[in-house]
Design a protein around this ligand. Sequence first.
Ligand SMILES: C[S@@+](CC[C@H](N)C(=O)[O-])C[C@H]1O[C@@H](n2cnc3c(N)ncnc32)[C@H](O)[C@@H]1O
Length: 203
Amino acid sequence: MNLHDLKQIALITDIPIMSDDTIEAISKEITLHHCFSVLEIGTAIGFSSLSLAHKHENLSITTLEKDEDRYEEAIKYKSLLDQRNQIKMICTDAFEYSPHQMYDCIIIDGAKASNQRFFQRFFPFLKPSGCMLIDNIDFHGARDEDIQHRSRQFKKMIHKISEFESWIKQHAYVNVEKLDVGDGLLKITHKPHDTHFYGKIVQ
Ligand SMILES: C[S@@+](CC[C@H](N)C(=O)[O-])C[C@H]1O[C@@H](n2cnc3c(N)ncnc32)[C@H](O)[C@@H]1O
């Protein structure tokens, strides 16, 4: 069993996972920001966390998953593929989890309509020099004009994703950059010397 096999399992069983270029871009940010600690929201079956751990042997990753079946599966693949024991997998709803430390990198890959709430809850736990990365910001290329035939729930989710993007771009205390990989990866960093967020959970 290797990462390629795990990717095939995700594809066959219809479990959403990050694209290869997204993993590559996150990996570059991990190097650029000299990251040792990562918090990921949205483990699914562990593909992204296992891939990043494989690329960075000194990285420790804590990853949260609320779906029990996916968590159990992820634990199974961790036992086969996390040979250096770099990953801590926790079965919890991220909104019920309070981190015990600050992180160099925080990856948000959970329910897409909740990006703003994830940002508010977890950005205070990002170290001053770290980066937060939010996947699928252009959700599969969907824009208002091409989703007219989709369900109300899908439209609402697309609307919420773009609402979050507009909101965060106007935020006074952070720098925002959109990386053109996968279906859009948003990179959020602290503005230098800003202490607005530290230690606060904003509900
Ligand atoms: C896109 S998948 C994650 C894919 C994974 N990062 C990868 O690339 O291998 C999103 C996952 O987030 C989980 N999720 C959604 N909302 C969550 C929450 N509030 N807390 C924890 N997990 C959540 C879902 O159950 C789902 O398995």
